[in-house]
Design a protein around this ligand. Structure first.
Ligand code: GUN
Length: 285
């Protein structure tokens, strides 16, 4: 049996169609156009490409957006000043600072400076705390997209054993927390984990967020496992591939996400969702 493929591109398209309607209602009924401001520092080509994707998707959904670009020589002080100004600007509902930042800028200082009410990335410690205590808040976009993909296929999360490979603040840690909030039993694995396969072969759900191309093969999973591939690795020939050896794992998994057209489009969609949520919060004040 071959795995069912969870097509993130199609799901993202369907969700965005509904969002378009939600945005136009917000504009008509409340006179509020959701606005996202993205800040990018330096000229990392991957970051630039992600930011273009975010801006295009925003505009297609009726969300207005702008991108503020700074050279990598910008000081931390200046960047924090710009964020503080955006915090005060009532027209700006969502603020996203694209990561990674140059080494001389402390990421954690940048993240805590963003008003939690405008933190559409869901990275502010206040929002992370709210997520941990099970409150509604802005959830980090990639983890939120993953949960939405699982739910779209009516995959039961409650009581299942989810194994996360990767412990980044952006994906690994928060996806584990969201799965726990859905009553999964969660195991975190990472680069120092011993006998990785002992853990992954007991998983009902595997989240691969490693950052190395095609490393997860069918040997890592039990028959019928659900495999979510968060990797976006560019190969020498310019093509994109995930952390999972797709053709190999497809033969053993029950569900599998592809790369591209998997988690990536869902991440952007959840960013749009958070931006609309931020704009709605403001419209109630
Ligand atoms: N860099 C890679 N992924 C992300 C993300 O989800 N948000 C931000 N701000 N930067 C990123």
């Amino acid at each position: 049996m071959s795995a069912s493929i969870i097509n993130g591109k199609e799901l993202a398209h369907d969700i965005r169609q509904n969002m378009k309607e939600e945005v136009s209602q917000l504009i008509i009924n409340e006179g509020v156009t959701p606005h996202l401001t993205v800040i990018i520092v330096g000229d990392n080509p991957a970051s630039k490409s992600y930011v273009r994707g975010k801006q295009k998707a925003s505009n297609e959904t009726g969300i207005s957006s702008d991108v503020i670009e700074f050279p990598s020589s910008i000081t931390e002080e200046k960047l924090l000043q710009v964020i503080q100004e955006l915090n005060k600007d009532p027209k700006v509902h969502g603020i996203l600072v694209q990561l990674p930042l140059p080494d001389h800028i402390r990421e954690e200082h940048v993240i805590v400076t963003i008003d939690p009410a405008k933190d559409v990335d869901g990275f502010h410690p206040m929002n992370i705390g709210r997520m941990m205590t099970g409150e509604d808040t802005f959830f980090p976009c990639t983890p939120y997209g993953i949960i939405t993909m699982l739910k779209s296929k009516n995959i039961r999360i409650e009581g299942k054993h989810a194994v996360i490979i990767g412990r980044s603040n952006i994906v690994g840690k928060p996806v584990g927390q969201l799965l726990l909030n859905e009553n999964a039993t969660v195991t975190y694995c990472h680069s120092r984990t011993e006998k990785l396969m002992d853990h992954t072969t007991r998983a009902d759900i595997i989240i691969a967020a490693i950052g190395q191309p095609n490393v997860i093969t069918m040997d890592y999973l039990k028959q019928g496992a659900i495999v979510i591939d968060v990797g976006i690795n560019r190969l020498q020939d310019g093509s994109l591939t995930g952390d999972v050896d797709f053709d190999n794992v497809k033969q053993k998994a029950s569900y599998l996400t592809p790369v591209p057209k998997g988690v990536g489009p869902m991440t952007i969609t959840m960013l749009l969702k958070n931006t609309i949520k931020a704009a709605k919060g403001l419209s109630k004040q």
